[in-house]
Design a protein around this ligand. Structure first.
Ligand code: FAD
Ligand code: FES
Length: 340
């Protein structure tokens, strides 16, 4: 095992400390491990592997990473194929410091995730974790709505349990395209009579109506916030869902913390593959690294006008473009040549 990054994550200079992932906000009174420590590289034995909805849930033995991990952080995993140099990123779905385990939920998207999802008990997985800045837990006792889309719901039971132990009422909204795409049997709720349940109530949506309410997570989120109580929304899922969650929450006067999923290469802040336009405390937009300054950002700080737009550097797809008013943005052509 070797240490990849020492100490707690650096505060994000351009975003209000505490708004996203200030380590001081993350200390659960019931958690003696304290603030998150640095990431470690570990060749982790797979203790179990099995289906979780349409995904695969892996439980790996990585004690130092499990002790340091906080909800919202992620793990960068080798595929084990020397032809695939880049690690694949997965949210840490749960960490159990006592057992020394990390849970990862893997959806097959391509060759790399197919290899990771094919691991079985007794195999080994090279893991760098925990990476990135976690969710900042809202003030103790205040109501929170958690929103997850597809495998994005994976870490929310973990954060829900931490919040409930701090006295918060926690509602979980989980959505997927179909019943089959929902994770496992969702999450036990306190109103089902489950002791030490991770959440107070679960609200399920599917696009086709095969489970729960037919529609999108935002169809449920809006009325939940309007009913009062919660002023904090923590979400994880596809970027389009995060954008819609932010719009609905902002209209209801609720703050959002969004675990973004931007394409990553190095995962440790070196390559600048993962940059997103984020507004800082000084009101200026900078391109910041989702892997080290995120992946959790306050929704109101993300420049949605430049996210999901065709990016010149990624002609084949969509990502984030550099807004013209961002610090360091290329000068307009007329200005370079001098206005005539
Ligand atoms: C912070 C974060 C958390 C994530 N959490 C999960 C999770 O909990 N469960 C899960 O199943 N998936 C998660 N993903 C997405 C997962 O990392 C990608 O599906 C995976 O990298 C795709 O690799 P591939 O080889 O199967 O696909 P390919 O499309 O063949 O990948 C080709 C290259 O593109 C990169 N890439 C492709 N799609 C993504 C993507 N969505 N995000 C980042 N890099 C991508 C790959 O790393 C690889 O370098 C997360 C991504 C990020 C950034
Ligand atoms: S993935 Fe390399 S800097 Fe973020």
């Amino acid at each position: 095992m070797s240490v990849v990054g020492g100490g707690a994550p650096e505060p994000l200079g351009v975003v209000t400390p505490g708004a996203a992932g200030d380590p001081a906000d993350l200390v659960d009174p019931a958690d003696e491990a304290g603030p998150s420590a640095g990431a470690v590289l570990v060749d982790a034995p797979v203790l179990s592997a099995g289906p979780d909805g349409a995904c695969t849930r892996l439980v790996v033995h990585a004690p130092a990473a499990a002790a340091a991990a906080r909800p919202g952080q992620f793990a960068a995993c080798s595929t084990g194929d020397s032809g695939m140099l880049l690690r694949r990123s997965f949210s840490i779905a749960a960490a159990d410091p006592a057992a020394g385990t990390l849970d990862l939920v893997v959806a097959v998207a391509g060759a790399g995730t197919a290899r990771v999802a094919a691991l079985r008990e007794g195999d080994r997985l090279s893991v760098v974790a925990p990476l990135g800045r976690p969710y900042a837990l809202p003030p103790a006792g205040e109501g929170v709505v958690l929103v997850g889309g597809g495998y994005g719901a994976a870490p929310l039971a973990w954060v829900g349990r931490l919040l409930r132990r701090r006295g918060s009422r926690v509602d979980l909204v989980v959505g997927a395209a179909t019943r089959e795409r929902l994770l496992g049997d969702t999450t036990p709720a306190a109103d089902d009579g489950v002791l030490d349940a991770p959440v107070d109530a679960v609200h399920v949506t599917t696009d086709d109506g095969s489970a729960g309410t037919r529609g999108r997570v935002t169809d449920v989120l809006g009325p939940l916030l309007a009913a009062g109580g919660a002023r904090h929304v923590l979400a994880c899922g596809p970027m389009a869902m995060l954008r819609a969650v932010h719009v609905v929450a902002a209209a209801a006067g609720a703050s959002t913390q969004l675990a973004t999923e931007e394409s990553m290469a190095c995962g440790i802040g070196v390559c600048m593959t993962c940059v997103l336009p984020v507004v800082g405390d000084d009101g200026r937009t900078r391109m910041v690294r989702a892997c080290t300054d995120g992946p959790v950002f306050p929704g109101e700080r993300l420049r949605w006008d430049a996210i999901g737009a065709p990016a010149p550097q990624r002609p084949a797809g969509v990502g984030a473009r550099v807004p013209d008013d961002a610090v360091g943005a290329p000068a307009p052509v007329a200005a370079v040549g001098g206005a005539r």
